[in-house]
Write a protein that binds this ligand. Structure first.
Ligand SMILES: Cc1ncc(C[n+]2csc(CCOP(=O)(O)OP(=O)(O)O)c2C)c(N)n1
Ligand SMILES: [Mg+2]
Length: 601
């Protein structure tokens, strides 16, 4: 009999559905428009989903979006009807741009107050339309758990944020326990594409013919880093990586040129201009639009991607392969003949060596103003072999890939495409809660930290131990640097100093300010000690405001630049020992294709 059926609060049932999908926590700020959810969270004997109270919904949403980057699981954030919900938008876009599962729950007025412009009552869904892979309002109370299940399943299968608006009265309602079910057990990934042997053969032929091959490895090669390196060695093709894929490789690999563009390294920007053939693996390189000339020397472009939408998107292809990048790397490596050491290979290796010596010299400079370089040196000294880094947007994005000595046991994640500031601290909170046994860092500029630092108290409250380094230069450095090229003025890029250690201490964290090179080792030793005792630590590193080298504007080659310009560049970036790739090419009996092209233009 229906009347005898067991009942459950719809809000509790919805949390049980979340739990069935492995969801451990939901980030949010309480509000009247989701009072029923808060009651459900409080009934901790009925489910295992925690409510993490953040100080700003955006921090919750960014933590949810970052969580998926670290461990692939869906992050959940809530925002109250209207203003709390709109605060979620950056996290929602973050998940969309990176193709990560996320669930955003929007609070809403009770059903009897809907659609008549009552207090905080809006037509909310349209606002989220562009970003969401699923964007609905629950229609009746019994439906609540089922719609949450639907949203989670869609977020995973469509790789993006699902948005669900929930009228507050539904969560309080008693519903039948068999009004819903969880589809979590049915979840599975799409099968991999079969290897097309004809295309493996074609790729092998094209690559074997190449005189100056390079491999470009995007995140599609994650987990296959060692195999990519094997192919790179066998083919004598130096390795370029996308900015977000450094932690897939041993940073010591001698042919790792780094990333190209602005968040990049010198050897990659030079190498790509000299190469004739590129094997472009599992990457969406959005800077192809802003750095059009980058591919100007590439005559043969071979692309492998698991997503048909990406094939041919960034460059015309000579061969486009639909499939798993790692699988094809292994298949090509098997069939390709090992090349003898080539002059191309040697020149690039020498270039990498010279660049690494330059970086090490900066990092270990014993005197002068404290610069970002010595901070990285200190981090490298104490970072665990499997440390997790949540990296913010700004100079840190660029400098961390250059100066952290990353390896495949570590994780380095940021906001690469949406590129929103403020992901560092939320990322560290998410990582720390999910990986209590691993060392967790956030690295960020003072501008980015200022957007989110009230949530240091959240990390403290929930025991999300982490070491949060603030690179304080009293400016939006990354933007100021850009304005040097595009603007007449550097207007609007500076701001007064904040004592971030005081701010952090006021919230219960351990905190240090470091201003001198000679103190840095001691400060980081103390920070690690605190961290190992389970504390949240903030290090405010007051660094010089010098610009890190713009490798997208290299001014080192006498064939392309005046003596004066080269001298100014060398002086400004302390680059007196840095040598242009052309010299290494010529020393190995090769010409610079880039210089030849520039002269013909
Ligand atoms: C939310 C958001 N606002 C503005 C920007 C534009 N932006 C990109 S980097 C940057 C400067 C970052 O400054 P800071 O955090 O101090 O780091 P720095 O570059 O100085 O090391 C700004 C304003 C952005 N990416 N995201
Ligand atoms: Mg700054």
């Amino acid at each position: 009999m229906l009347t005898n059926m067991k009942k459950i609060k719809a809000g509790v049932a919805a949390l049980q559905i979340m739990e069935s999908w492995g969801i451990k926590r939901v980030y949010g700020v309480p509000a009247g428009s989701f009072g029923s959810w808060m009651d459900a969270f409080a009934e901790t004997d009925k489910h295992n989903v925690d409510f993490i109270q953040v100080k700003h919904e955006e921090v919750g949403a960014l933590a949810a979006a970052m969580q998926a980057k670290f461990n692939g699981t869906i992050g959940v954030a809530m925002g109250s009807s209207g203003p709390g919900a709109t605060h979620l938008i950056n996290g929602i876009y973050e998940a969309k741009e990176d193709g990560n599962p996320m669930l955003a729950i929007l609070g809403a007025r009770p059903t009897n107050e809907q659609n008549t412009d009552g207090f905080q009552e809006f037509n909310q869904n349209p606002y989220y339309n562009d970003a969401a892979v699923y964007n609905r309002k629950v229609a009746f109370a019994e439906q609540l758990p089922q719609v949450i299940d639907e949203a989670i399943r869609r977020a995973y299968s469509h790789k993006g944020p699902a948005v669900v608006e929930v009228p507050v009265d539904f969560g309080y309602a008693d519903i039948d326990v068999d009004a819903y079910w969880s589809s979590a057990k049915a979840a599975q990934p799409y099968p991999k594409w079969e290897i097309n042997q004809a295309q493996v053969k074609e790729a092998t032929e094209l690559l074997s013919k190449a005189k100056r091959p390079v491999i470009f490895a995007g995140v599609g090669t994650r987990g296959s880093g060692e195999d990519v390196i094997k192919l790179s060695k066998k083919l004598k093709a130096p390795l370029i990586v996308s900015g977000i894929n450094y932690d897939n490789f041993d940073g010591k690999y001698e042919a790792l040129l780094g990333a190209m563009g602005r968040v990049a390294e010198k050897p990659a920007n030079e190498g790509v201009l000299e190469a004739d053939t590129m094997l472009f693996l599992g990457a969406n390189w959005p800077f192809a639009l802003t750095s059009k000339g980058m591919f100007s020397g590439i005559e043969t472009f071979i692309q492998v991607d698991i997503d048909p939408m990406k094939l041919g998107k960034r460059h015309a292809t000579d061969l486009a392969i639909l499939g798993d990048a790692g699988d094809y790397v292994r298949a090509i490596t098997e069939t390709i003949e090992e090349k003898e050491e080539t002059s191309w290979w040697k020149a690039n290796l020498e270039n990498v060596k010279n660049w690494r010596e330059y970086k090490t010299k900066l990092e270990t400079k014993p005197a002068g103003e404290l610069e970002l370089y010595q901070v990285y040196n200190a981090i490298n000294q104490v970072a665990a072999e499997d440390a997790i880094f949540a990296i913010d947007v700004g100079n840190t994005t660029q400098t961390s890939i250059r100066h952290l000595r990353l390896n495949p046991k570590q994780k380095w994640r940021t906001s690469p495409l949406f590129a929103t500031m403020g992901v560092g601290l939320p990322g560290a909170i998410a990582a720390s809660l999910d990986y209590p046994d691993r060392q967790v860092w956030s690295l960020q500029g003072d501008g980015a930290f200022s957007m989110v630092y009230p949530d240091v108290v959240t990390a403290v409250r929930y025991g999300a131990a982490s070491i949060n380094v603030v690179f304080s230069n009293q400016k939006y450095g990354f933007i100021q640097d850009k304005y040097e090229e595009t603007n007449k003025h550097l207007f609007g890029t500076q701001f007064p100093d904040t004592d971030f250690a005081m701010v952090a201490r006021a919230q219960g964290a351990e905190a240090y300010t470091v201003t001198r090179i000679e103190d840095i080792e001691e400060v980081f030793a103390k920070a690690i000690k605190d961290y190992n005792e389970g504390k949240v630590v903030v290090i405010d590193a007051k660094i010089s405001d010098k610009r890190p080298m713009p490798v997208e504007l290299l001014t080192l080659d006498e064939e392309l630049h005046s003596k004066e310009a080269i001298q100014a560049y060398r002086d400004r970036y302390e680059a007196h020992d840095l040598i242009a790739l052309r010299h290494f090419l010529e020393a190995n009996g090769l010409e610079s294709r880039h210089v030849a092209r520039m002269k013909n233009n």
